[in-house]
Design a protein around this ligand. Structure first.
Ligand code: UDP
Length: 318
């Protein structure tokens, strides 16, 4: 039986991963550490399992003498406006958080880390394989996120090399879906909350920049398979995402159509906005051959819109 700790477990992705972890019969105890900075208690309020324990704390200063068999480190903001506002705190959550959590890992225990496709920066090759070293500006406005994820990867892979750490690192690509904060600030949730309020949809730049949008259920299924289901000899970081690349403008137009039409307005691009992003899934297909993204962006965005609509209706009725 395993004791498991997840940092950032009340967040958008973390809460979905908690639901997956609690499906495991070999998990005896699941401790969630979250400071509710970008996470929301609402995301885990439905969990009634006696194995589940919530600790409200910054991960880097977590007080605990307990050791765990498996630790998954997800605590970090992931939305550009949030991490750009508090860069020091972002670096601390990722890097110091990882250092603190490593102290709580049992000898021989497994450490999972959610890195990011942002390690590729504004990529010059497409699709991006894990071996692509990226194009990141270490003094740029996105660096607190990009570089703290990169440095945490360095820490963990060097521990794998020098101490044999049992390590699983995933690099997700633009995840969206239910449990995103309405004020998260990323594209899909912004477009949906704007459209549902009858406000214009804000497209930054000309909207020709592209992303590979991954529905949360598909991506978290990939995480679960790599973290604890599929055991292979693959030891590197793993791209997990949908490899269908769609422009921001196309997503905006689709959301507008779903609500019967709201205008699209163009606003200045955020600084150093990447022009493109698409995962090379060769390694993912090797590690988890039965995994694939099953939800198209058309279905996923429609389901996310329904979720936001229900949430707004429930909020209005309270
Ligand atoms: N974006 C946009 N309007 C918004 C929010 C984001 O046009 O209201 C654009 C943003 O400039 C970027 C893309 O959508 O080109 C994805 O942005 P997001 O913040 O979702 O993710 P990331 O930049 O981290 O890939």
């Amino acid at each position: 039986m395993k004791s498991v700790l997840i940092s950032g477990g009340a967040g958008f992705i973390g809460s979905h991963l908690c639901d997956r972890l609690l499906l495991r019969t070999d998990v005896q105890k699941l401790v969630v550490v979250d400071n509710l900075w970008t996470g929301l208690f609402d995301n885990i309020a439905h969990i009634r399992d006696p194995r589940f324990h919530f600790v409200k704390s910054d991960v880097e200063t977590l007080r605990s003498s307990e050791k765990f068999d498996e630790i998954y480190h997800l605590a970090s903001p992931a939305s550009p406006p949030w991490y750009m506002k508090e860069p020091k705190r972002t670096i601390s959550a990722n890097l110091l958080g990882a250092l603190r959590l490593l102290e709580l890992l049992k000898k021989g225990g497994r450490f999972g880390f959610t890195s990011t496709s942002e390690v590729y920066g504004d990529p010059l090759v497409s699709p991006q394989p894990e071996s692509y070293k990226g194009q990141v500006d270490c003094t740029g406005p996105r660096s607190s996120y990009d570089e703290s994820k990169r440095c945490t990867e360095s820490l963990l892979f060097e521990m794998q090399r020098t101490e044999g750490l049992d390590l699983k690192v995933v690099r997700p690509f633009n995840i969206y879906g239910p449990r995103t904060r309405p004020d998260d600030g990323r594209a899909v949730s912004n477009f949906i909350t704007q459209a549902l309020a009858g406000r214009p949809i804000t497209v930054f730049g000309d909207g020709k920049q592209s992303r590979s949008w991954g529905y949360v259920d598909d991506v978290v299924d990939g995480f679960a398979r790599y973290f604890w289901i599929n055991e292979t000899d693959y030891k590197g970081p793993l791209n997990v995402g949908n490899d269908r690349e769609i422009s921001v403008l196309e997503v905006a137009q689709y959301v507008s159509k779903l609500v019967g039409g709201v205008p699209i307005v163009f606003e200045p691009s955020p600084p150093q906005d990447p022009t493109n992003r698409r995962p090379d899934l060769t390694n993912a297909n090797y590690v988890m051959p039965e995994w694939s993204c099953k939800v198209s962006y058309e279905q996923g965005v429609a389901m996310t819109l329904d979720w936001f609509r229900e949430r707004l209706t429930a909020g209005a009725a309270e």
